[in-house]
Design a protein around this ligand. Structure first.
Ligand code: NDP
Length: 310
């Protein structure tokens, strides 16, 4: 282990929540130190055009938006380090966080902004076409498929919500559901059933996403009959769940049944005083860059006030 690093406000994660927390904490003179996590810039670095982040009337590239957020955080003297928190001890203060299994950090306050990871099927074709027709977020990318045919994989609330959202924009939406029933709530199911341009493909697995440079179809297999078929689509949306990046915190923080950190309603406070959570790691409903940024701001303000009370 190297020397213990002592910091006032430690921020874990470098998505919109982390960078916004850093900007606010730095401007409050809290000299924040950030560890970026494995994917510097977070989920937005895997998208292309972002059209729904206010302030960019044309659009901005996801990676560019995140680079600009990083620069803004650095301008106010946030110390940004590449590194992944590998374990924590929140049982006493100062809190202890181990980065990359080697660097021990002691922090008076911790802002967790480690995000969530969209689940993918794990097909080679899906990875290859990510950002070129394959997407993990209909609200982010649906607009690019206006008037086209698309497919959504999954049968939960997210899939139902994304399919109905896409149905408003697209000509036709296929829902690829692996069982003969939805997991989604009855209300969401009804919304899907009532939407004329959604076709549900029950008992269906995705074998391959088709296309050379961009998606042009999906190879499917009915898991009851074994029959293979192809649908022609321009977009392929994954909605098979997200995994919040919370495994190292579960011993200390309350998580909900899906693993998201529970915060005290209307705040970013967790049940451990001095530990705050913001962004997708505590939000399974909205999951937008702008809501993550807003909650990063809340975490920095909550941390500042809490430190001030100590
Ligand atoms: P869920 O875990 O609820 O659903 C995942 C869906 O994807 C299921 O239908 C599942 O199938 C399917 N699936 C999982 N893995 C695969 C795979 N490898 N291949 C094919 N299909 C697969 O995730 P959601 O993201 O939908 O929801 C997460 C939580 O967030 C839920 O509690 C949900 O209620 C909540 N939520 C609430 C919303 C709201 O209130 N407005 C909006 C969105 C989410 P199977 O059923 O067979 O396991």
């Amino acid at each position: 282990m190297s020397d213990i690093k002592k910091v006032k406000v430690l921020i874990l994660g470098s998505g919109p929540a982390g960078y916004t927390a850093a900007i606010y904490a730095a401007r409050a003179d809290l000299r924040p130190v950030m560890y970026t996590g494995m994917e510097m810039g977070g989920q937005l670095t895997t998208t292309t055009e972002v059209e729904n982040y206010p302030g960019f009337p044309e659009m901005i590239d996801g990676p560019k938006l995140m680079e600009d957020m990083r620069k803004q955080a650095e301008r106010f003297d946030t110390e940004i380090n590449f590194g992944v928190a590998t374990s924590v001890d929140f049982s006493k203060r100062p809190f202890k966080v181990i980065v990359d299994e080697s660097q021990e950090v002691e922090a008076e306050a911790v802002i967790i902004a480690t995000g969530a990871t969209a689940q993918y099927l794990g097909l080679e074709s899906e990875t290859r076409l990510k950002g070129n027709g394959v997407s993990g977020c209909a609200t982010c990318d649906g607009f690019f498929y206006k008037g086209k045919d698309v497919a959504v994989v999954g049968g939960g609330d997210t899939a139902a919500e994304e399919a109905t959202y896409l149905a408003n924009l697209c000509k036709k939406v296929y829902m690829i559901v692996r069982r003969d029933e939805f997991r989604a709530s009855k209300a969401m199911q009804n919304r899907v059933f009532k939407t004329k341009n959604i076709e549900i493909l029950w008992n269906t697995n995705t074998m391959e996403v088709l296309g050379d440079k961009v998606v042009n179809g999906v190879l499917l297999k009915n898991n009851k009959t074994g029959e293979e078929s192809t649908i022609k689509v321009d977009g392929f949306f994954l909605a098979i769940g997200h995994k919040p990046n919370t495994s190292i915190f579960k011993e200390y923080l309350q998580l909900d049944e899906a693993g998201y950190i529970k915060t005290i309603p209307g705040s970013s406070r967790t049940q451990v005083e001095g530990v705050f959570a913001s962004g997708d790691v505590q939000d399974k409903i909205y999951r937008q860059a702008v809501t993550a940024a807003g909650s990063g701001c809340m975490a920095a303000i909550d941390a500042e006030r809490w430190l001030g009370d100590q």
